[in-house]
Design a protein. Structure first.
Length: 171
């Protein structure tokens, strides 16, 4: 046997064995229950047409507000944008359903975040850094309201005349 190796030799059995580890945490092993031959599940699948969402976002009313706050590491922009998207005639249930779809659809969320970021950039006193956003979608009397909260550091130039894309030694 190698020096320093754990003792895995069992005198009673006469060959090497694997040490049994007893894990006291967790539920332990369980046998699988005998299931049926076939299991069925129903799911609702939803698809969204990007061209329709683009048209709805193009007609959206946007209300934005925000302000910069001085913090320890520099200034940070805190703002919010509310987008009211007008939907064709729909019942309360349909508007709630569309709000749920919009809240979970990454393409709709990204479109809303881009609009909110653009709104924040036009109001901020300096260029914005990487933004952190929260998106909520709720049913509205006219259709759908998407609220986007934006938080981003303000990029302050260290030297006068230095652009964001070029370093101090760039031509």
């Amino acid at each position: 046997m190698r020096a320093g190796a754990p003792n895995c030799w069992s005198q009673a059995i006469g060959h090497g064995t694997i040490a049994v580890v007893h894990n006291t945490r967790g539920p332990g092993l369980a046998k699988i229950r005998d299931g049926g031959l076939v299991t069925a599940r129903q799911a609702l699948l939803v698809s969204c047409l990007d061209a329709r969402w683009r048209a709805i976002f193009d007609g959206a009313d946007a209300v934005s507000e925000g302000a910069a706050r001085a913090e320890g590491a520099g200034s940070t922009w805190y703002g919010s944008t509310s987008l009211v998207l007008t939907l064709p005639a729909a019942s309360d249930d349909e508007r709630s359903f569309v709000a749920g779809v919009a809240a979970s659809n990454p393409h709709v969320r990204l479109r809303a975040v881009r609009i909110a970021r653009r709104e924040a950039e036009t109001r901020a006193p300096l260029p914005l850094g990487r933004a952190h956003c929260e998106v909520r979608a709720v049913a509205h009397l006219r259709g759908l309201r998407i609220d986007v909260e934006v938080q981003a550091p303000l990029i302050e130039s260290r030297r006068r005349g230095q652009s964001r894309s070029r370093g101090p030694h760039a031509p």
